[in-house]
Design a protein around this ligand. Structure first.
Ligand code: FAD
Length: 377
């Protein structure tokens, strides 16, 4: 600790090993913090913008060996399978699972509500990261009296081990579909989404009919542990990526050791609408060489033309790096509302043209190489 009126403080720790740097700065007026950590040599510079006795401040720092404990899981048999489980339960014979918890994920200023829902499948409906479950809401299908509702799909937001690491639960990230009358602007509950409201209103112990798991397009390719995965999500589209990231950074699985780069772009309305932000921010701190996280807050941030900041604006900002990573074999994934794709494709096309490349050719190559993964709804 130093107690000083210094214009600059430097801390240097020896080469070798990873270090985490904890810092707290009191009376931060006129102090800017430049963190150049995570290089083999960690150097921190604290600078005051102007000197003089009024700039007295206390700086507390502790530099310590990083410890990033992962959760050791007992590998499931699924780890040895060559193919993911598919459609173990079909709409005619769904599995009756139990709701474990329903938790609102967003803050008070978020437009709309999104919930994290943990479902106990007892180990009977195993899945791989990137797959979806189907949910059949209770009640009658209004279009087919006497028949159950149609299945609604939800991307699974946990790893195959579930949030409790025992392989018995799956988590969903569900946005309540609320209908507002376009003329009056008032909510019309009779037209609210059936399944999303059933899920968000459910309580621990309630039963839920599930089908699946389904989907292969968003599976996390695991052939190369050092691969790059660029993930582009809007809203609940973050669900499969939460699963990937927990597999990469939270769980210790003997058969899966990630040493590549995962780069998440998340687009939501405002900071209150961010989903799983704490989890992602922690990975950023613990795995700065393996994880990047960029947020686009459309109602809070402006893009370079002064318009709303969407994920495609963030993609444009990093387009050189993204194109280089794709050329080097990176996988790119898109998940969220259908409406996100046209703007993103337009941006990618524009960037390709600026680079003197044909986007059509590049896209067909990416698809051919199985680097391009899209699940939008
Ligand atoms: P529905 O009852 O099916 O209604 C659909 C929409 O129509 C609603 O907006 C509703 O308000 C409106 N509506 C209803 N009645 C009327 C009427 N009379 N007039 C006008 N409008 C009306 N969603 C997520 O939240 N999270 C996910 O992770 C997720 N993953 C998905 C993955 C896949 C592969 C797919 C295909 C979809 C995914 N979805 C996800 C979307 C999800 O499947 C549902 O479509 C969504 O939850 C809406 O279903 P619902 O039953 O609530 O609404």
């Amino acid at each position: 600790m130093s107690h000083s009126a210094l214009s600059q403080v430097s801390v240097t720790v020896p080469v070798g090993g990873d270090y985490s740097v904890r810092k707290s700065v009191f009376k931060t007026n006129n102090i800017s913090f430049h963190d150049k950590s995570w290089a083999p040599m960690v150097t921190l510079d604290l600078k005051t913008k102007s000197g003089g006795p009024r700039d007295r401040h206390i700086v507390c720092m502790s530099v310590q060996q990083a410890s990033v404990p992962k959760v050791a899981v007992s590998p499931l048999e699924l780890e040895n399978a060559n193919e993911p489980p598919l459609n173990l339960y079909k709409p005619k014979e769904p599995y009756t699972a139990t709701i474990v918890s329903v938790e609102r994920l967003v803050g008070p200023k978020a437009p709309g509500e999104t919930c994290h829902i943990v479902i106990d499948h007892g180990g009977n409906v195993p899945y791989w990261e990137g797959q979806s479950y189907g949910v059949i809401p209770p009640g009658e299908n209004p279009k087919k009296p006497g028949s159950p509702h149609n299945v609604r799909l939800y991307s699974i937001a946990s790893t195959r081990y579930g949030d409790f690491f025992d392989g018995k639960t799956a988590s969903l990230c569900v946005r309540r579909a609320v209908y507002y009358d376009p003329e009056t602007g008032n909510e019309d509950p009779s037209k609210n989404g059936v399944c999303s409201n059933f899920l968000c209103n459910s309580k621990a112990g309630d039963k839920v009919q599930i089908t699946g798991p389904s989907g292969k397009i968003m599976l996390l390719p695991e052939d190369n542990p050092n691969a790059t995965h660029i993930m582009i999500a809007t809203g609940t589209g973050v669900a499969p990526f939460r699963g990937y990231l927990r597999r990469m950074f939270m769980e210790s699985v003997p058969t899966f050791k990630f040493g590549g780069l995962a780069w998440l772009f998340l687009g939501v309305a405002n900071s209150d609408s961010l989903l799983y932000d704490e989890e992602f921010t922690k990975y950023l701190k613990d795995y700065p060489d393996n994880f990047r996280y960029d947020r686009a807050l459309s109602r809070e941030q402006k893009n370079k033309s002064g318009g709303k900041m969407y994920v495609q604006d963030k993609i444009e900002e990093y387009s050189d790096e993204i194109f280089k990573l794709l050329d080097a074999g990176a996988h790119i994934y898109f998940c969220g509302l259908k409406g996100m794709m046209p703007g993103i494709q337009e941006t990618l096309k524009k960037v390709a043209e600026q680079r003197g490349e044909s986007w059509e050719e590049k896209l067909s190559q990416l698809k051919k190489n199985k680097q391009w993964h899209v699940e939008v709804y």
